[in-house]
Design a binder for this molecule. Sequence first.
Ligand code: FES
Ligand code: FES
Length: 159
Amino acid sequence: MDVAIRLTVNGKAVEASVDPRTLLVQFIRETLQLTGTHVGCDTAQCGACTVHLNGRAVKACSILAAQAQGGEVTTIEGLAKDGELHPMQAAFRECHGLQCGFCTPGMVMAAVQILKDEPQASEAHIREGLEGNICRCTGYQNIVKAIQFCQSGKQATAA
Ligand code: FES
Ligand code: FES
């Protein structure tokens, strides 16, 4: 039997009836059609599905939509404001922090969390913070540079 869920996604109230087995990532992609959140594995390892739930980065493939009941979800689509990229998105663009872009939404969401937790994070801590996110293209170097660029305030500060 379906369960009713109500949550806020990118600032908008959302109500739906879902199979209790529905993963949060499925709900985001298939029900809400917010396909910026990707699925790159089935083992909760790659981080492509990272979103923020109640202000914390989570892997949306490892929790049920019903577990987000009443919560606030931000996906990559919710980061840009008034047509302006979020400073972290702008920094990824500036520093060529992406190639194919498949990992990028999850990387950006994780990166925002890293600087929120530790605005002055060292390179080592930035790398540690990215351990749950896999990139198959960039070698991580430019991703780390992008986060440092955002951190340096050249692109305002991360929200
Ligand atoms: S799809 Fe969630 S960690 Fe890979
Ligand atoms: S840019 Fe291709 S997987 Fe990271």
